[in-house]
Design a protein. Structure first.
Length: 157
């Protein structure tokens, strides 16, 4: 990692020096010659580790990003699951309001399968006892929307 840092610092410093030389060189035939010299200087800076015989092994010298990527992937999955659950709750809520069914609470549990697909694992709706007769209608709508069985918690008034 230190070798790569040194190499990058060398390239940056050489670029700054090249820019200063280019700015300070007067416009004439000398400017063309200086551009060639500066370009050669920069090429040497780029290939210097290879000229010196140093072997830069990018796999060993660069940090291991796999942990970062797996952590990022987990964060993305958790965020997507959370957003999916919120969206499903909103859809069920809208459907129940449309049918004039008052609910107390809606809980949705989403999971990720082996193919990294999000699926709805369970839906639990808390309703008052007065809607018990409409259970089949409500279940049918929700099952047709999300292809999932719905559990109910009945609360007596």
């Amino acid at each position: 990692m230190d070798r790569i840092k040194q190499w990058i610092i060398t390239i940056v410093l050489c670029s700054v020096i090249a820019a200063v030389v280019n700015i300070l060189t007067p416009d004439s035939n000398v400017k063309k010659t200086m551009k060639i010299i500066v370009a050669s200087f920069l090429v040497c800076a780029f290939i210097s580790p290879f000229i010196q015989g140093e072997k830069i092994n990018f796999k060993e010298d660069l940090p291991d990003f796999s942990l970062y990527y797996s952590s990022l992937s987990l964060d993305i999955s958790e965020t997507m699951i959370s957003e999916t659950e919120k969206t499903v709750v909103k859809s069920i809520s809208d459907t129940l309001k449309e049918d004039q069914v008052e609910y107390i609470e809606i809980n949705v549990k989403a999971e990720v399968n082996d193919k990294n697909e999000i699926y709805i694992d369970s839906v639990t709706i808390t309703l008052s006892d007065e809607y018990k007769s409409e259970e089949n209608d409500i279940s049918g709508k929700i099952q047709s929307m999300f292809a999932v069985e719905t559990d109910y918690i009945w609360v007596k008034n």
